[in-house]
Each structure stands twice: as C-alpha cells, then as structure tokens.
Write a protein that binds this ligand. Structure first.
Ligand SMILES: *Cc1c(COP(=O)(O)O)cnc(C)c1O
Length: 399
C-alpha cells in the first residue's frame, strides 16, 4: 500500500512534543506495585495472581467459567478447537473485524464465511447469516464492534435452530450489555483482549468465558500444552505430581506478571468506562454540525462499551479523502486509527478465498471511510479539545 507523506501544517493544534498517541493506556501506581510484588515473590508464570484475575473477572461478568490466556486470539482459537471445529467445517463471521478473528478460524483448519455488516451498527447483519448456512456450518463468531452490542437474540435464535456454536469476539466489549446480559456470557464462549489499546490492559493477554463445564475443561487443558495439571499445582507445596498429556495443546497461558496488571486494572473498569463515555459524548456534540458521519446512539436496552469513537470521512461530502484526513490528523500531532479495512481488502484472503471487497459493500465502504479518534481514559479534557480542534480545522478547511 502506498504511504502518503505527512503534510506540513503551519500552526498545528497540538505541539509535536505532546503527540497524542492513539490508544495509550492509563496505568497507575497500583499496577506498578502489583508487578513489583510478583517480581519479589519470584512467581512470574501462571500462578496465584492469574487464578485471582480469573476469579475476579468471572465474578465481574457473572460467568460460569473464566480462563486467562495470553491473547484474545488464543481465546478465539481455543473456543473453536474445544468445540471440535476443524477441517471441512465453516464458521460465519464479519468482514469488518481485526484479522485475528478470521485467522483463528483458519488456524483451526476450518473455512471462514463472511456475512456483511449492518450499515448503522457496523456489526454483522443477522439477516445475512441464515442464507450462508450450509450442512458444514458449525459456528457464528459475532464481533461487538467498537463496543456496540450485536443483535444477540437473533444470532442466538439462528444458532439454536441450526445447532451452531456462538463465539463472541468481545475484544472491544468488556463493558457491553445486551438486554441485561453481559457480552461474553450470551453465546457459548466470550473472548476478551487485554492488549495495550483495549479497555483494560495487561500488555498482551486475554480471557475466555465458557458456559459449558466440559468445554471449559478442554480449554483449560489445551491452553497449556495439553497437560492435565497446571504448573502452579505441580510445583506447589502439595508435592510433585506427574502430569499426563491428553492433547497436542498450545502455549497460551497467561503469566502472573500480566495478571498483576489486570487485577488492578479491573478495579477501575467502570471508572475508565465513565471517562470514555464522557469523551464520546463530548465528541458527539462537537461534530454534529460537520459533513462527516458520527456514530449512531447506542441501541435501546444495550450498554455500549465506548471502546472506539469512529467518524466516517466520505470524500464527496467532507471534501477530503479519508487517507488525507488521517495524514492531516497526524500533522496536527493527534494519533488516529482505522478499525478496520474490511477483511477482503487484504492480499492473503483475496488469494486464498477469492474474496473481493465489493462482495461486502457495507463493510467495504465503512472500512474506506472510518477513522478512530483517541478515546482512552488517559485523555485529559485538553487532549479531547485538541482532538476536536484538529478535526474541525481539517474538515472546515481552515488548514
Ligand atoms: C484486538 C482484537 C483481537 C485480538 O486481540 P489480541 O489480544 O491482540 O489477540 C481480536 N478481535 C478484535 C475485534 C480485536 O480488536
């Protein structure tokens, strides 16, 4: 892909020394102290802090079982494998997601099938799912994009009628709720990410919530080499215990060093959510009069996680192309993101599956117009005002 030069802006809204990094996490002294405590005890790998984090997260979500892993990608992969989805199977997901969602289906040996998104919610359009179901279809993987709840009643109803597994990609959706149910507890599995840009972070890290006890047992074993007892128990003061290997498992376990950060971050999940909601609403007011698209209000009876605030820059309306807009924001020293170019835009999927962006026109258009603005709990009021000023200056042509 061609990289456009960053335009020179005479009087940028924000000084260069204070470049606003997109998705910078809020990290506080409690996290520092908890990590130092791990280092002092010497237990760096999967141990007491990981188990505590699993229990805290499980309780927070009101889930049946929570298993900590080293990424959301691992969580998605394990959910598929634990459901015995593989060669010859098909999994329906959205073309408007991070590549990891689709890649895990391929890692499992199955074939991803894409259903276009709804243009307003940008989530998988449930009315497009049913026509794609074949005798090989085994699962649906909805993504609560930007933190907006998918229409889970319709998705779960389709799944029930066709005997499909539902794996929720909750990478954006820790705080998301749908009709009183928490995201990740509605389907069979809920997969979360604690990557540095997500709502709470552990650096790298993930969690999988599981409804069924047997599936949970499989996920547990598969997450650590296929061994039937975890290291923490093996080396504990209960004495050495031999392990058996019951599957060719993966090295997907979370470390206590990561869990140490997560334990403290989870305590602030609501506080951070409130702060992002405040900024989200400030952006909504500040951009309402501009010739750009702004997010739809959250659907009634749902709770938006406010993970991403995205605007749509349509060149015909805004007078600037999306990519020029991205560069102009950078020139104003404001970091931006794109979530996401639709999956069929990428070479690998075009070559392997013959997909073309035009086959999924809603995802294609959104992917080519969307811009994510900074929305971290770390943002000060002044940071948010600088973002607003930069957007208004660029769109109103005062640049
Ligand atoms: C970040 C993300 C993932 C992957 O999360 P990791 O923890 O980095 O593996 C998957 N799906 C979506 C939608 C994401 O945004």
């Amino acid at each position: 892909m061609a990289v456009n030069p960053v335009p020179v802006v005479k009087n940028p809204v924000r000084p260069k020394e204070r470049f606003l990094v997109f998705g910078a996490p809020a990290i506080e002294e409690d996290e520092v102290n908890e990590v130092v405590d791990s280092l002092h005890t010497g237990w760096l790998g999967t141990g007491p802090k990981t188990h505590q984090f699993e229990e805290d997260f499980r309780q927070h979500k009101g889930a049946n079982v929570a298993i900590a892993v080293n990424s959301c990608t691992a969580a998605l992969h394990l959910s598929l494998i634990a459901s015995e989805i593989g060669e010859g199977d098909e999994v329906i997901t959205s073309p408007l997601t991070f590549c990891a969602t689709v890649n895990t289906v391929i890692h499992a040996g199955a074939t991803p099938v894409l259903a276009d998104v709804d243009p307003a919610t940008m989530n998988i359009d449930p009315t497009k799912i049913e026509a794609l179901i074949t005798p090989r279809t085994r699962a649906i993987m909805p993504i609560h994009l930007a933190g907006r709840a998918c229409d889970m009643d319709v998705i779960c109803d389709i799944a029930r009628r066709h005997n499909l597994v539902v794996i929720e990609d909750c990478a954006h959706a820790i705080e998301t709720e749908y009709k009183g149910q928490k995201a990740g507890t509605i389907g069979d599995y809920g997969c979360f990410s604690f990557y540095v840009t997500k709502n709470i972070i552990t650096g790298e890290g993930g969690m999988v919530l599981i409804k069924d006890e047997q599936h949970a047992q499989r996920v547990k074993v598969l997450s650590l080499h296929g061994m039937d007892k975890d290291a923490w128990k093996r080396f504990s003061n209960e004495g050495y215990k031999h392990y058996d290997v019951v599957a060719a498992g993966f090295k997907y376990n979370m470390m206590d060093l990561q869990a140490a950060i997560g334990l403290q971050q989870l305590k602030r999940v609501e506080q951070y959510w409130l702060r992002r909601q405040e900024i989200w609403q400030r952006y909504q007011e500040a951009f309402a009069d501009l010739p750009i698209g702004i997010p739809a209000d959250p659907e009634p009876n749902t709770r938006h996680a406010y993970h991403l605030y995205t605007i749509m820059v349509d060149e015909a309306r805004a007078g600037i192309s999306r990519d020029d807009f991205l560069n102009a924001m950078t020139a104003h020293h404001v970091g931006v993101g794109v979530h996401y170019l639709s999956i069929p835009e990428f070479t690998f999927y075009q070559e392997k599956y013959g997909w073309r962006p035009e086959q999924y026109p809603n995802a294609m258009r959104i992917g080519r117009q969307t811009v994510s603005l900074p929305l971290s709990a770390k943002l000060t009021d002044e940071d948010a005002e600088d973002v607003i000023k930069a957007v208004r200056t660029i769109i109103l042509g005062a640049d």
